[in-house]
Write a protein that binds this ligand. Sequence first.
Ligand SMILES: Nc1ncnc2c1ncn2[C@@H]1O[C@H](COP(=O)(O)OP(=O)(O)O)[C@@H](O)[C@H]1O
Ligand SMILES: [Mg+2]
Length: 280
Amino acid sequence: MRTEPETGPPTGAETGPEGERPSAAPSSQETVVSLTGAGASLGSRPVLRGVDLAVRRGEVVALLGANGSGKSTAIRTVVGQVPLDSGEVSLFGTPLKSFRDWARVGYVPQRTTAASGVPATVREVVSSGRLARTRLGLPRRADRAAVDRALELVGMGGRAKDSVNALSGGQHQRVLIARALAGEPELLIMDEPMAGVDLASQQVLAGTLREQVAAGVTVLLVLHELGALEPLIDRAVVLRDGCVQHDGPPPKAVGQHALPGHDHVHPHADGEPARAGLLT
Ligand SMILES: Nc1ncnc2c1ncn2[C@@H]1O[C@H](COP(=O)(O)OP(=O)(O)O)[C@@H](O)[C@H]1O
Ligand SMILES: [Mg+2]
């Protein structure tokens, strides 16, 4: 028999049945990301055709599917970069059009080309992930500390002053993840965070993500292969041709392809023919 306190609002601090992920258990009903009947087009082309997707607090959900199936577009509707033709998106229970609390969200976009031509330093890029938390004016000590912590988390602590143009693909990706972590988000959205990342960096990033998940962070990430992240994934949603084809346990076979040489790096040019990939 459970004895419930009669007074006071739920604090969210009740001890969960599992010590491992305390913050996931008490509020596991809360839907952090929700797409319902989401339709979106790029140019005149319908790319999402009625996508339903829910990510609850503390969950790690992988969005899978062949190239061109609409994964990036789905993610980009969630962060407000692609408008919906139909359906709804909400974040933390708030319809996207009224959502303002972007400090709660960290976003790692799909990497396109490594060098931008603008020689920003690693620290500058990572600090930009803190903007939603910095009050107008100069970054405070807490902001600098968060940036340092994020760099340490991805194993780039010694590289703060380096130009991002001098980094390898894997290091560049780690910097983008550090940028998202610098904002100390409750929700991390990442589009192919392991693309172009060498195996050593993949292990570093998997460890970082494991810590974030243990701390209660909710994660929605696009993956080409589950690879090093497989043990962390609670659920997989597979898109095919802009529709949800599967929503449930991660497909087992997928993990085997995270081998050297299977890195999925290409520029995703518009109109590029879909490359044979996951579950095609
Ligand atoms: N800017 C664009 N204009 C028109 N079509 C696009 C654009 N960007 C992507 N597409 C097309 O939309 C489809 C879905 O793209 P995307 O969401 O990037 O898929 P995924 O991330 O699953 O590879 C693809 O067929 C792609 O060619
Ligand atoms: Mg994509």
